[in-house]
Design a protein around this ligand. Structure first.
Ligand SMILES: *Cc1c(COP(=O)(O)O)cnc(C)c1O
Length: 497
């Protein structure tokens, strides 16, 4: 049996359904499996299955209060007919590495893998816990999370979703992905302000209107929910299974994973895969110019008091990586975790001990790459392999090359790896970032997202993903634009309808 506790309060003990409904634990901690040994699995049997079979095995371990029959049903509902690739997350040989394509879902970004699952898990947890309220999800987005959440929650019984995005602050494509879905439980609304205003506004709503209407309670879909993290563990098994099935590695060989990282959710899922028993070599934490995690994994010093850079890999532009708290809890223990998080809040920095750093460095390597290095990787790999990466994947690729050549910033590769192969996680379709990708290739831009996508298509010959091609001609359903102070009334009205 798996029990979840809070990273900030050992007295809290809940089963997975409750943890998924809550999102964050009371007092601000994150839910973690209390006994890491309890997630040990028969990995050899898991990797022999197809993606959905692997998902069922992994979910059954972490979400054991749902029951096998329910999990079967939820996995099918989450992945049936939603992904353009038969095996959901295909692995593609590129040069002397492998690229794990996580972007064949409805919005062409890797968040689809988890956000296809979370709404179904929440909806089922609601009935399991005798919870009769409808759940209204509130999300602030800088672009990608909003559309993936909308696709996940649309038409899921007992749930609704309101997404707030900055007016004029997202790309045309991102906006159309949010304003064209016509499900009755979906609302997308622009706010006059930037992303930080939207996020602060939503956080305030949770404090000010805990209960907007009789029969409705508010929740969030952000990446600290354990219901988003666990579905991401599955593709580490999937990558490994694909390498074994194709005879590239033998069962038991270790492989390295290179993960383009922002909030540390994706790479944390890799650590759980390792703890389940999967032969993972090193987890290379790839950052862009916002290199707070590179410094941390190199020196043990976490320091968010630094300049914030807007890069061409915007989903990795993060200075506080929330999911790192989970790793701290396992490596540094509950007391130090509480202390470090308090220091981070009060002073903006903390320093872990040498022993703790040593433990982390046994598995993690931190490397960063600049926009220019990422762009060079896009061009180099396309010229040599005719394979086009997006701007997030290319950061990971550039980091892999530094890691392999030993050319990383001093001290960032303290341990070698005996791994046979390296897998780069690819988190978005190049079509999603057409303009930046064309620039990296040295091509002229056309002036519109639609034109840029067409141009990428001419260059690669690869079809535009259906979810992106379709939206350009769809009617706009959600036209509201509001001021920040009006968010509260807006939510209450939507919940009372
Ligand atoms: C969210 C996101 C990431 C970062 O993933 P984390 O789990 O936050 O570390 C990387 N690439 C893309 C395209 C994303 O949308």
């Amino acid at each position: 049996m798996i029990e979840y506790t809070s990273t900030r309060n050992a007295d809290i003990r809940v089963r997975s359904g409750k943890a998924i409904l809550d999102g964050q634990a009371q007092g601000g901690g994150l839910y973690v499996p209390a006994d890491i040994d309890a997630i040990k699995a028969d990995w050899r049997s898991i990797i022999k299955k197809d993606f959905r079979g692997m998902a069922k095995d992994v979910w059954n371990i972490f979400f054991d209060d749902y029951g096998e029959e329910k999990i079967d049903e939820l996995v099918e509902a989450s992945y049936k007919d939603k992904f353009a690739a038969a095996d959901i997350t295909p692995l593609v040989k590129t040069g002397d590495a492998w690229v794990l394509e996580l972007w064949h879902g409805p919005t062409s970004a890797f968040k689809d893998v988890a956000l296809s699952a979370l709404p179904n898990l929440m909806s089922a947890a609601r009935s399991m816990n005798g919870f009769t309220d409808d759940i209204m999800i509130l999300t602030a987005t800088s672009g990608d999370t909003g559309s993936a959440a909308i696709q996940g929650f649309r038409d899921v019984p007992g749930t609704g979703i309101i997404v707030f995005y900055p007016h004029g602050g997202v790309s045309d494509t991102q906006r159309l992905q949010m304003v064209t879905p016509d499900s009755s439980n979906v609302t997308a609304c622009a706010i006059r302000g930037n992303f930080d205003d939207a996020q602060t506004g939503v956080k305030k709503l949770f404090r000010e209107i805990p209960q907007p209407a009789a029969g409705v309670s508010l929740s969030s879909a952000n990446s600290i929910n354990i219901g988003r993290l666990v579905p991401q563990i599955v593709y580490y098994f999937s990558a490994y299974g694909q390498l074994v099935k194709s005879g590239v590695i033998a069962e038991g060989d270790r492989i390295d994973f290179v993960v383009p990282t922002g909030n540390f959710g994706d790479i944390m899922a890799g650590w759980y895969a390792l703890k389940m028993g999967l032969p993972v070599g090193r987890l290379v934490c790839a950052s862009n110019k916002n290199d707070v995690l590179t410094e941390f994994l190199n020196t043990g010093h976490y320091d968010r008091k630094r300049e914030f850079y807007k890069t061409t890999s915007p989903s990795m532009d993060i200075l506080v990586s929330s999911n790192l708290e989970r790793l701290l809890w396992y490596i540094c223990g509950p007391e130090h975790t509480v202390q470090y998080m308090k220091q981070l809040e009060e002073t903006g920095e903390y320093q872990i001990t040498d022993n703790e750093l040593f433990e982390m460095q046994k598995v993690f390597t931190g490397v960063f790459a600049s926009d220019d290095e990422g762009a060079a990787a896009i061009k180099e790999v396309f010229d040599a392999e005719h394979y086009l990466m997006d701007t997030h994947t290319s950061i990971a690729w550039a980091c892999m090359e530094k890691y392999r050549s030993g050319d990383a910033p001093a001290g960032t590769v303290p341990f070698g790896s005996d791994a046979k192969e390296a897998v780069v996680l690819s988190t978005a379709s190049p079509y999603k970032f057409s303009a930046a990708v064309l620039r990296a290739l040295g091509e002229e831009l056309t002036g519109s997202d639609e034109g840029n996508m067409k141009k990428v298509r001419e260059i690669t010959g690869a079809e535009v993903p259906a979810g992106l091609a379709g939206i350009l001609s769809k009617p706009v359903i959600h036209k509201d634009v509001i001021d920040i102070p009006d968010m509260k009334d807006y939510v209450i009205e939507k919940c009372t309808k």
